[in-house]
Each structure stands twice: as C-alpha cells, then as structure tokens.
Design a protein around this ligand. Structure first.
Ligand code: NAD
Length: 368
C-alpha cells in the first residue's frame, strides 16, 4: 500500500484533467470529488477512476466544461440536462439549483439527465445539509447493466444508488448513501485481484446459484489480465432481498426514467440520472424540537446493548467521517497498482514528471 497526502493527490489529479483540456475550475472539481470519495473510505469511487474518465473524455463519452441546460423550470421544479458533462460539474450545478429553490419555498425537486459519472452521491447530500436542508436522491447509471432483480438471474439494474442527507445544526449531518446492489462492481474487481473477498451471496449464476466467485461477473480471466464485466454469465444481486430490489426499481424509474436518462437497458450510453428532493426542515418545524429529537434519538439508538461487545452502533455517515479524519491525517492509501495506473495515465497524456507527487510506504504521521 502507498500513502499520499490528499492535497498532493488533488493537485496531481487536477493537473491530469487540465492536461486533457478541461478548464482549471473543472479539473479542480473533478479532483476534489474523486479525492473526497477516497477520504470518505469509498476508494471504488475515488482516483482509481482517473484512467477511465480520461479514456471516456478521449472517446467523447464525456464532454468537458458542460453547463446544465434547463429543460423546464417552475418555482419548485427544475428539469436539467447534463449534456454528458463530467458528473463532478453538472451534479453540483443541479444540486445548487435545487438548494436555491428550496431555500425560497421550503421544498423543491430537480431531475438531472445525461450526467457523466457523478461518483459518490453523498457529496451532494452533504452540500444540501451544509445549508440546513434535508435531501433525498434516487440515481441510476443507464448503460451499466450489472444487477439481477429479486427472483431473477439476468442483469437488469445498474448499481443504482440511493441517498438521504439530514442536517444537524452545529454537528455533522447524517448521510445514508449506498448502492442498491449487495456490493459495488469495484468490490468484485478488488476481490478478483486477490483483495478483500465479497459476501458469499453477492453474486448469482445463470442457474440461480449464489456465490462470490468473480468469474460469475467477468468470465474466465488471467490473474494479471483485464476484467470485462460483459463476459460473465452471472450478475450482482440486489441487496436486501425483495425490499432492496424494490428500492432499485424506484432508483431506475425515478432517477432514470423520470429524469429522461432512461432506465438501465441495453444500447444506452453510460450516464447517471438523478432525481433529488430538497426539504427545509426549519419550515416544517421552526421550534428546536426536531434537532433536539434527532440528538436524543441517536443517543437512544447508541445505548442499545451490543450484539458484539467489540462492535459499535454507528449512524449513517459516521464511518465516512471517521475515514476522513484518519485519512486527512495519515494520507490516502492506494494500492501500488492503482497508483501505477494513474501515473502511467498522466505520463501518456504528457504530464511533466515533476508534477507527480511523492508517496510513502506507510501512513503519514500527525506531525507531517
Ligand atoms: P456501503 O455499502 O459502504 O454503505 C455505505 C452506507 O452505509 C453509508 O451511509 C455509511 O455511513 C453506512 N454504513 C457503513 N458502515 C456502517 C455501519 N457499520 N453501521 C451503520 N452504517 C454503516 O456503500 P456502497 O453501497 O458500497 O456505495 C459506495 C458509494 O458508491 C456510495 O457513495 C454511492 O453513492 C456510490 N455509488 C455511485 C454510483 C454511481 O453511478 N454514481 C453507483 C453505485 C454506488
């Protein structure tokens, strides 16, 4: 494992996107959000994606410096088209519009169609929570067909994430943010490379047998060869049996169909679709009851006897907050292969060697 300080990593990643003709503002945004995913412990949505994003830009699958186009607009609703812009540009623009409308009227909804990969959805719930707003996000990833519905064996869903943010005055918000599949594809990839194994029921084969062998997703592969998820005959399973599968249906239909992106289906280009709702809790309850009741209830939950005395009861968002605290101090850990692939990508794009930052073989200590 290599460790790299998050500011160095952000600067380096931004310089790669500047090199491929993204504006310096957009390059900063892409780097900021990717590194934020690493800091939050979601490495599958972090800088590991740099070579893929660069490739998509070269292929024209994602377009630099897009502004969301307003398709239609009412005081409380905005229908937005991301025009296949980088998700790290168009998703915060869409979220900004939703926040501004909600601040005026206490409630708003936005849909965003045809966004490039928006990464960690929790970032946008955090953006709303920082302004005192509750938000709910239904997202799909049209073109990324990976997950079987409950009762089926064929791939029909994307990993369609769902997210809710709840602000707490003067405290960190609660951020519930997950893929509706048992595991994200990135976790199957890691397992196929000898990393952390996935749960024994994470995948399903064409005969209905559950398993954790990555070949179900990738077909036969060489240890060091590429992984192509179109080659396997199996699928990732939706989480939570019929309930999680039902939530995935809603993410596909609200995030995908209602936004105009389209639900995940063959022949669609990769795009994230999102429907977000924003609610100002202070308009519903201007008294201190809600924030104090949230605090009281969290304490009550945490006072439950533990199933495992070594474990702990955590609220949504707490894991990510702990990772951020640790990784800001110690640096972001990256497997050597991942780092190598980013450095090679930077060199291919002609980035000067001097812009490649130092890494350490152990965590940075707090005196750094
Ligand atoms: P996950 O399985 O790690 O679950 C994360 C959620 O569970 C968080 O809300 C976290 O606070 C909470 N949590 C984690 N451990 C907990 C514990 N011990 N007790 C209580 N709560 C706990 O997340 P995931 O499904 O792997 O998703 C990872 C990320 O991938 C998310 O940020 C998601 O938005 C993103 N994603 C994006 C796309 C896309 O197309 N853009 C697709 C899929 C997923």
């Amino acid at each position: 494992m290599l460790y790299i300080q998050h500011n160095d990593l952000t600067r380096f990643v931004a310089s790669i996107f500047s090199q491929i003709a993204c504006s310096s503002e957009e390059s900063q945004r892409i780097a900021h959000y990717l590194v934020s995913a690493n800091l939050s412990g979601h490495d599958s949505h972090g800088v590991v994606r740099v070579p893929r994003y660069v490739q998509m830009k070269h292929e024209g699958a994602v377009i630099a410096d897009q502004q969301v186009k307003v398709v239609s607009d009412t005081p409380v609703i905005a229908v937005l088209d991301g025009g296949y812009g980088f998700g790290q540009s168009v998703a915060p623009q869409a979220t900004r519009i939703g926040i501004d409308k909600c601040k005026q009227f206490g409630l708003s909804a936005i849909t965003l169609r045809n966004a490039g990969h928006i990464g960690r959805v929790g970032d946008f719930a955090e953006m709303a929570a920082a302004e005192g707003l509750v938000s709910v996000h239904f997202v799909n990833a049209a073109g990324s067909i990976l997950v079987a519905p409950f009762g089926g064996v064929d791939r029909r869903f994307s990993t369609a994430p769902f997210c809710v943010g709840l602000p707490r005055p003067g405290k960190s918000p609660l951020i519930l943010d997950f893929a509706t599949s048992v595991v994200a594809e990135g976790k199957v990839l890691v397992a196929s490379q000898g990393g952390k194994q996935i749960p024994p029921d994470a995948l399903i084969g064409p005969d209905g047998t559950m398993g954790s062998n990555p070949e179900l997703l990738y077909g036969k592969y060489e240890a060091t060869g590429p992984r192509d998820h179109r080659k396997g005959e199996g699928a990732i399973r939706a989480f939570g049996e019929h309930k999680g599968s039902g939530l995935a249906v809603m993410c596909e239909l609200l995030g995908g169909a209602l936004s105009g992106t389209g639900a995940t289906s063959p022949g669609r280009p990769f795009a994230n679709g999102m429907m977000s709702l924003f609610i100002d809790p202070a308009r519903i309850d201007p008294t201190p009851f809600f924030p104090s009741e949230v605090d009281r209830y969290i304490s009550y939950l945490k006072a439950s006897r533990l199933a495992d005395p070594e474990a702990e009861i955590l609220m949504p968002g707490e894991t990510e907050e702990r990772y951020r605290e640790q990784r800001r101090r110690e640096g972001c850990p990256l497997p050597a292969d991942t780092w190598q692939s980013i450095v090679e990508c930077a060199k291919r794009e002609g980035l000067s060697e001097q812009l490649i930052p130092q890494t350490l073989r152990e965590p940075y200590r707090s005196h750094h």
